[in-house]
Design a protein around this ligand. Structure first.
Ligand code: HEC
Length: 98
């Protein structure tokens, strides 16, 4: 029994290290694709907290639009909501709201 304890400690430590590594990368803010956006609000949000912060800002803008009866969806300007790649119309359209 005695010789097995160190092995278990090492395995346990590796497990904990692995867990904290993977959660660190999942929790950290994802940087913007274009941190130097021509939109001041996007640029400021990117600098503050990456894509997460822009997401919050965009939600606030388009929740207001929705309340005003203009239901604009994220994916009318973004190809997907994973990396937020912009559609060709995205910038011209956002200018109407910023
Ligand atoms: C009217 C068009 C439009 C809509 C609707 C829109 N976006 Fe955006 N979004 C943009 C533009 C334009 C940018 C800035 C792109 C640039 O300057 O490179 C942007 C940037 C972003 C970014 C940063 C992307 C990066 O990494 O550079 C995120 C995240 C984002 N939008 C999330 C959202 C979410 C979430 C929604 C829905 C609540 C949304 N957007 C709705 C046009 C739009």
């Amino acid at each position: 029994m005695q010789p097995r304890i160190p092995t278990m400690l090492v395995l346990g430590a590796m497990f904990v290290a692995g867990l904290s590594l993977s959660s660190a990368s999942a929790d950290g803010p994802k940087p913007c694709i274009n941190a130097n956006s021509e939109f001041a609000k996007v640029k400021a949000a990117c600098a503050k907290g990456g894509q997460d912060e822009v997401k919050k800002m965009m939600k606030a803008v388009f929740d207001k639009e929705k309340a005003a009866g203009n239901d604009v969806k994220c994916n009318s300007c973004h190809e997907n909501l994973k990396d937020y790649k912009l559609k060709p119309n995205g910038k011209a359209d956002l200018k109407k709201y910023m």
